[in-house]
Design a protein around this ligand. Sequence first.
Ligand code: GRF
Length: 189
Amino acid sequence: MKKIAVFASGSGSNFQAIADAVVSGKLQAELKLLVCDRPGAQVINRAQKLGIDQFVFLSKNYSNKEEFEREILKQLREREIDFLILAGYMRLIGPTLLSEYPERIINIHPSLLPAFPGKDAIGQALEAGASRSGVTIHFVDEGMDTGPVIAQQTIEIGYNETRESLQEKIHSLEHQLYPVTLQKLLTSI
Ligand code: GRF
């Protein structure tokens, strides 16, 4: 079974969906580590409850990205991690991790890329008056939400859609699509 590390910065509902899928056997992988750049983030409590190791860091305690990514790499190597799964990790991945994990870093983004990359994709879709948006799962490269697409699914945006209602639709799609897509990918490589 492939060993995975999830990277997250916030509430961690996708981390939870992945962990639940591992426990139920729908995702045949070993979830070995949470990497989190925000001490106090809710995702840390989720990992603690599940007994999953955490590496929590503060970027300001390092002189640059290379330095904290080297530390992350050490943690990944110790656990022989095969794939890095980004789930609301609010940082660009740098060359230190990209070169060690080519085509082994995956991200989920709450829009139909290449539409609405970057921060607040849900707000961007509403602001643009889009009639549809969705979820994209893609390989990570050096750009912001730019790597090759692995899976995409569309959501209709109703005329009376609010940020809350769209966010809820997107999240429930993500929680279903991410584990299923990872299962296909990790068991085919
Ligand atoms: C998700 O919408 C994901 O697509 C984006 O960040 C959000 C993370 O949510 N990259 P959560 O922390 O998993 O609840």
